[in-house]
Design a protein around this ligand. Structure first.
Ligand SMILES: Nc1ncnc2c1ncn2[C@@H]1O[C@H](COP(=O)(O)OP(=O)(O)OP(=O)(O)O)[C@@H](O)[C@H]1O
Length: 345
């Protein structure tokens, strides 16, 4: 029910973000690419939802749609993106103007990306970049600003923040730069953080440290996190809930334990089987068991098959799978799958 300020009722208590039937299209001469095609999921307050899938599955386009950052001629063509801000006001971000987004991006929803070097200004001291973020949204004295920035650097566990505040990005390691990006994202105390592959470019040890930091911040600040990744190992580390995407659609969603213990969709099963697992993949004599790579590739979204988009690669395909597009069905409370096969062991 819209109200005069573009605000909307109808978001369940305790939910920060509810994406319903989201459609994001990119028109081109070859037709309309439906990069996101009817995506639905909810993000409860203080929880981490991971969106996982292979390259091209529509994860980034989903997060950019939420942030209002789809560049024309791409556009959100349908669906709702209901967001509850810190004051409890609910808005449909799918209908928000660019001007409206200026009050949302930063103070309400912040985003961190894979490569901090492309988001940080190499010519500016990191402290000034974080400070700029704060000064953009509130009036604050220079002294108080510097103290706030030092506090933020402490929060993201950067050692010697009083000195590091004056460093330039190139004087920091990749892990430290990602911490700076997280500090910038947290500068205005958003209630929702979107993290798009934030650890992909880092060494595994640094990756583990950044994931631990994000987990601690999420718990301490009660933030909701939408975490985009192609890596199920990372999902296991960070997520409460998992949304599995394939060719622009959600194919399975479940609490993390449920998804790993009882994966239902053949695509989820194949993803799990193709994820390296040291304990499983190598025996005491050092013999390797081959990884079960998923045959084929995600089809181009302009040429999806008529039925299930995964059918051409699926080991369990039936004729019926190629006929109609399967709907999402609940197989347990909070666990849905887009597969007609209920008989798989
Ligand atoms: N600006 C654009 N114009 C046309 N098509 C686009 C555009 N951006 C994305 N797409 C298409 O949308 C689909 C989904 O892309 P998206 O970047 O969301 O995938 P992803 O799952 O995030 O993959 P990756 O991990 O590689 O980023 C892809 O087929 C991509 O080619």
């Amino acid at each position: 029910m819209p109200t005069s300020g573009g605000e909307i009722d109808g978001l369940a208590e305790g939910v920060v973000l509810a994406v319903t039937d989201l459609e994001t299209h990119f028109p081109s001469r070859r037709g309309v690419a439906k990069a996101v095609d009817g995506v639905t999921f909810t993000l409860p307050r203080g929880r981490t939802v991971a969106v996982v899938g292979e390259s091209g599955s529509g994860k980034s386009v989903t997060s950019l749609s939420i942030m209002g950052l789809i560049a024309p001629p791409g556009h959100v063509a349908g669906g709702r993106i209901l967001h509850r801000d810190r004051k409890g006001v609910v808005r449909d971000l799918a209908k928000l103007s660019n001007a409206g987004f200026r009050h949302i991006r930063g103070p309400e929803i912040a985003m961190i990306f894979q490569e901090p070097m492309t988001s940080l200004n190499p010519l500016m001291r990191v402290g000034d970049q974080i400070g700029e973020m704060i000064a953009l949204h509130e009036r604050i004295s220079r002294r108080a600003l510097r103290a706030r920035v030092i506090e933020l650097l402490q929060l993201v566990e950067i050692p010697e923040p009083e000195t590091r505040i004056d460093a330039y990005p190139h004087q920091m390691s990749g892990g430290m730069r990602q911490r700076v990006m997280i500090a910038m994202a947290l500068a205005c105390r958003p209630n929702l953080l979107i993290a798009d592959e934030p650890t992909t470019a880092l060494d595994v040890t640094i990756q583990a440290q950044i994931l631990a930091l994000l987990r601690r911040l999420q718990a301490d600040l009660g933030m909701s996190v939408l975490f985009i990744t192609h890596n199920l190992g990372v999902v296991a580390e960070i997520a409460h809930e998992v949304v599995v995407m394939y060719a622009g659609r959600v194919v399975e969603q479940a609490p993390v334990g449920d998804l790993f213990a009882r994966p239902s969709h053949p695509y989820t099963r194949a993803l799990l089987a193709s994820t390296p697992n040291i304990a499983r993949d190598i025996d005491a004599e050092g013999r390797r068991r081959p990884l079960a790579a998923i045959p084929g590739a995600v089809p181009p979204i302009t040429a999806l098959p008529p039925g299930c988009a995964f059918a051409p690669r699926c080991a369990h395909v039936l004729d019926a799978c190629r006929e109609g597009r399967p709907g999402l069905v609940a197989i347990a409370p909070d666990h849905v799958t887009r597969c007609i096969r209920r008989d798989l062991p």
